[in-house]
Design a protein around this ligand. Structure first.
Ligand code: ADP
Ligand code: MG
Length: 267
């Protein structure tokens, strides 16, 4: 039933938005968990120096044997740093604060846009069962996010339903177009996910109407509601889906995962 699988190329999805606090990491963790739960073999690559995806998946700094910084420096492979999580079939490649320096340190390197793509290519060869890679991007459109876009098949853009959401969306859409033209012609938009949605809030509903009007089918039917259980889960080092599967937030991520899979099947 798997979209990809042994003998087929895994799908590489980058989760990006230059704004912080819009639900990128929460989406990476819970979408990754939901995919693993239905049988996919998933690697989450933490590409944010804050390392929230790593911590949220139960890998605190003290347990990180190496990080994505070392991978981008070509000192180690993703297989050297991957870490199991509480979720079967879900691995994480952790990040650390030193990653903040990579934006500048890689600047002079001719191959600087493709460091992550090359590392993932090697990982795919070492892990033939792999079916999905999800890249959790930092809150900027700098070299780290460009590395994610260069490696990805498709982008998932979480969008918080607030006043400046559309301006921000325009900026990331232009970046995707530029990367597609110059760096990675196969790059697509998998979809835009409305996060921290509050259906009783007029602004939430207005932003939703606006985004759906502009992007039509590219916006997932499932919106992720604001839900306190979702925000509690990371401090327990667990995905919300393990912390409280029945809460409305977890259930929304389960539905989102099936939309993501449907889109992959429809390709
Ligand atoms: P980003 O990775 O884009 O910076 P996060 O996923 O870390 O964003 O989310 C920012 C904060 O909002 C975190 O504290 C997270 O727990 C919380 N959060 C994310 N999604 C939800 C939600 N649906 N309901 C409530 N809190 C959420
Ligand atoms: Mg984050």
């Amino acid at each position: 039933s798997s979209v990809s699988g042994p003998g087929r190329d895994p799908r590489i999805l980058a989760i990006a938005n230059q704004k912080g606090g819009v639900g990128k990491t929460t989406t990476a963790i819970n979408l990754g968990t939901a995919l693993a739960a239905v049988g996919e073999q998933v690697l989450i690559i933490d590409l944010d120096p804050q390392g929230n995806a790593s911590t949220g998946l139960g890998v605190p700094p003290s347990q990180r044997t190496g990080t994505t910084y070392d991978v981008l420096q070509e000192e180690v492979a993703l297989t050297d740093i991957e870490h199991p999580t509480a979720v079967p079939r879900l691995m994480v490649a952790p990040a650390g604060v030193e990653l903040a320096g990579a934006e500048i340190e890689l600047l002079e390197e001719p191959n600087r846009h493709y460091k992550l793509r090359d590392a993932i290519d090697a990982y795919k060869r070492a892990r033939p069962d792999l079916t999905y890679v999800m890249i959790d991007c930092p809150p900027s459109l700098g070299l780290l996010t460009v590395n994610a876009m260069a490696a990805a098949d498709a982008m998932i853009v979480p969008l918080q339903c607030e006043f400046f959401a559309l301006e921000g969306l325009g900026q990331i859409m232009r970046t995707i177009t530029t990367v597609k033209e110059r760096i990675n012609e196969k790059l697509e938009l998998q979809g835009v996910i409305l996060t921290m949605y509050d259906k009783r809030n007029n602004l939430s509903r207005e932003v939703e109407a606006n985004v759906r009007e502009h992007l039509g089918e590219k916006v997932y039917k499932t919106a992720i509601p604001r839900n306190v259980r979702i925000s509690e889960a990371p401090s327990h080092g667990k995905p919300a889906l393990l912390y409280d599967l029945k809460c409305v937030g977890s259930q929304a991520y389960v539905r989102l995962a099936s939309e993501v899979i449907q889109r992959e099947r429809a390709r």
